[in-house]
Design a binder for this molecule. Structure first.
Ligand SMILES: C[C@@H](O)CC(=O)SCCNC(=O)CCNC(=O)[C@H](O)C(C)(C)COP(=O)(O)OP(=O)(O)OC[C@H]1O[C@@H](n2cnc3c(N)ncnc32)[C@H](O)[C@@H]1OP(=O)(O)O
Length: 708
């Protein structure tokens, strides 16, 4: 079998150890590497001519992407996974204990087990390339760094920095890595190898201790003070995870035990916890998200169609959404964009939105003012249609008025090229209706972003009946360049995400009208795993927006979408939510310190609060509405498959990732159990809980939505 590691001796005594996994685009660590590396270490130890080693990647622009995640899926028990971790410990310890200096030369992604490999080296130098990132993202997979990272990181960069890296899983850029002491030097890739060789010649003493703040030095100096840090970190983790994610607490335990009882004990605890986490349902769900999104990256969105290149874009509307869309187009996609609005104020809003986001990067020293200004120069503005003849795609982000959108379709067809795509950011209007105004309807498509655009990863690409495959593929590719995860959905009121969200929100509204307190509703769904509760979400999105979408959904999809009539009283009382500082919560100066319910909302709705229902029942009533409608969307072909339905719900509305998405969650619950629960609630509260046909068939046949 082709080897992954190769050793090249040099006349100056520095040997180059190259890792290049045959046939794979990324280097990942696999169980069979242990014996291969151990053999090389033994060979080096027996060759006194070798004075140092430099470890490099054979891949063009990545170092090591971590352990092979698919290898973890093959684990059959906690012990099996623990053994994998301990095999890594043996190899990395042997590397670390070599008498000659070992230097990692890092270019590109150095993540998870890849960084742990580099940490076992005595010194690390990385390139300043854009693709060079370092981090331990295991926590995002429901895991922990199982290759010694929980022990080496704190000892290298300090407890506080190490916990931050491990508990967030964030990737750091070269300069940040240098500043925190993760690497010893940052150089252009052209001199990376030379620098690493020179570093190896200097020997292990070239490593300089990391400067810690006085406070951190004090806190890390004794087990008593360290325990204060660990207890504080644990409190923050418990608050953030609501007990739904086991990995963070285990990471803290590994670091605590390792520092208090020594590295050998720490490594033992790390391996045990790693084994437990690999077999956890939460990690299986989170790993499925990684594989789903990786698989989706390879799809064009329209079988057999190749995307056209988008060299220039236009955004119609400089409001919150238009500004966000223009911002991600220039900042992420690096595509010139021309923003059109009817007023100079609208254009200023768009420019200010983009500039504010970029300037945050300058303030955090992630970019220079010159880079910021260069990116800003990609955004131009206009109050007419000048300078857009060569636009490849026009994204409209104006208010939900069909006549206005029809006019824009006509304008764009008149002013732009015959291939120019008209993409509507509408959140509810059927794309087919918008396309009725087009002479080239094949170029009309929906491109539905979620607010805030720069943060929400999902976009829905909505094809109507005659949207061309090329238009779909081009729009999907454009969204990807904006850093988005697109799912292609079929045309229909509310598309997918807003449709499943609407029933979830309506059930929360029903519970409110039954006397459940606003804050109890929100806390129940946060405990279930949503990032925010339904009442907070309604305030953020806008009560008026929800009220506008509901009748459209009810007209197209049926009575189950009829929103509780009492909610009209909220609009009559001019309650729109955060946007006019009047909603379910208070938004005045007092509210800056604590989130306070606006108790007057109960009087407006004419309700008296009742005793709290169990949080589990509240969460169940709201979530099974979402699950049932997600299956209906699959049944009607709105979504192509359960994978897209899972990713759409997780990335679009924050469906709890540790549950894997609606369809994986139904598989966990069991279709029959869900049908029984829906039927029980149907008898209590009416036909809005009636299980859909596909779900009943799944229950009868005992099928699951996912095979793995
Ligand atoms: C020992 C313990 O500490 C356990 C661990 O190390 S757990 C793993 C920790 N590492 C990660 O979580 C990193 C996961 N990978 C990524 O985040 C990204 O792939 C990347 C940032 C490294 C690169 O992103 P991008 O340039 O977009 O490339 P793709 O995501 O499309 O990936 C390209 C192919 O590489 C495969 N791949 C990447 N990482 C892994 C991995 N850790 N295990 C298995 N396979 C991995 C990915 O599936 C793509 O494969 P393909 O066949 O080319 O589609």
């Amino acid at each position: 079998m082709e080897k992954t590691f190769s050793l090249q001796r040099r006349e100056d005594g520095i040997a180059i150890l190259t890792m290049d996994v045959p046939g794979e685009t990324m280097n990942t660590l696999k169980p069979e590497f242990g014996p291969e590396v151990s053999q090389i270490i033994a060979e080096v130890k027996g060759d006194t001519s070798i004075k140092g080693i430099v470890v490099v990647s054979g891949k063009k622009d990545s170092f090591i992407a971590g352990a092979d995640i698919s290898m973890l899926a093959a684990c059959t028990s906690e012990q099996h996974a623990k053994d994998l971790s301990q095999q890594g410990h043996v190899v990395f310890n042997a590397l670390e204990n070599m008498n000659i200096p070992v230097v990692a030369a890092i270019n590109g992604a150095c993540l998870g087990g890849g960084l742990e490999f580099a940490l076992a080296c005595h010194l690390r130098v990385c390139s300043d390339d854009n693709k060079t990132v370092l981090g331990v993202p295991e926590v995002q997979l429901g895991l922990l760094p199982g290759g010694g990272g929980t022990q080496r990181l704190p000892r290298l960069v300090g407890v506080a920095t190490a916990l931050d890296l491990m508990l967030t899983g964030k990737q750091v850029r070269p300069k940040q890595a240098l500043k925190m002491g993760l690497v010893n030097d940052v150089v252009p890739n052209s001199i990376l190898l030379t620098t690493a060789i020179e570093l190896a010649k200097k020997g292990k003493s070239a490593a300089k201790p990391v400067k810690q703040s006085k406070l951190n030095q004090f806190l890390e100096s004794t087990s008593f003070t360290r325990d204060i840090m660990f207890d504080q970190a644990r409190k923050q983790v418990d608050k953030k995870t609501a007990g739904n994610y086991p990995a963070p607490a285990k990471i803290i335990d590994c670091v605590r035990q390792g520092l208090n009882k020594g590295m050998a004990k720490g490594l033992e605890v790390e391996a045990t916890h790693f084994g437990n986490l690999v077999m956890s349902k939460e990690s299986a769900a989170l790993r499925s998200i990684f594989f789903a999104t990786t698989e989706m990256k390879k799809e064009t969105g329209a079988a057999g169609a190749e995307p056209r290149k988008v060299k220039k874009a236009m955004v119609l509307g400089g409001g919150l959404m238009g500004g966000g869309i223009a911002s991600v187009t220039t900042t992420k996609a690096k595509i010139p964009v021309r923003v059109k609005d009817i007023s100079e104020q609208g254009l200023s809003n768009a420019l200010a939105y983009a500039y504010k986001l970029l300037d945050k990067g300058v303030k955090r020293r992630h970019m220079t003012p010159a880079v910021r200004d260069n990116i800003m120069s990609l955004m131009t503005t206009t109050t007419d249609y000048k300078g857009i003849k060569d636009a490849d795609i026009v994204v409209e982000a104006v208010f939900e008025d069909l006549a206005l959108k029809h006019q824009m379709v006509k304008d764009v067809e008149r002013e732009c090229g015959e291939h120019t795509i008209f993409a509507s950011n509408t959140s509810s209007l059927p794309i087919g209706q918008i396309a009725e105004a087009a002479t080239r309807p094949e170029n009309v498509i929906g491109l539905h972003y979620f607010s805030p655009v720069e943060k929400m990863p999902l976009v829905e690409v909505i094809a109507h009946k005659t949207t061309s495959a090329e238009t779909i593929a081009t729009t999907v590719a454009f969204a990807r360049k904006q850093g988005k995860t697109p799912i292609v959905v079929q045309d229909g009121a509310g598309f997918y995400v807003n449709r499943i969200l609407a029933l979830y929100m309506n059930e929360a509204a029903q519970l409110l009208l039954e006397g459940q307190r606003v804050e109890h509703l929100d806390s129940s769904l946060i405990k279930f795993g949503f990032p925010v509760g339904p009442m907070t979400l309604l305030d953020e999105v806008g009560i008026d927006v929800g009220a506008k979408i509901s009748p459209i959904l009810e007209k197209e999809l049926g009575d189950r979408f009829s929103a509780p009539a009492a909610f009209d009283k909220l609009l009559a009382d001019d309650r729109k939510g955060r946007k006019n500082s009047k909603g379910f919560y208070q938004y005045g100066p007092k509210a800056k310190k604590a989130k306070l319910v606006d108790e007057s909302v109960y009087g407006v709705l004419g309700i008296k609060t009742a005793s709290d229902k169990e949080a589990k029942e509240i969460a169940e009533r709201c979530t099974i509405q979402m699950l049932n409608e997600a299956v209906r969307c699959l049944e009607e072909g709105i979504i192509a498959n359960p994978r897209d339905g899972d990713i759409g719900a997780i990335f679009g509305i924050g469906f709890p990732p540790f549950l894997g998405g609606p369809f994986r969650y139904i598989d966990t619950l069991g279709a029959k159990n869900l049908v029984d629960t829906l039927t029980r609630y149907q008898k209590l509260y009416g036909d809005r809980f009636a299980p859909c046909e596909m779900l009943k068939n799944m229950a009868t046949e005992g099928n699951s939505f996912h095979s793995n």
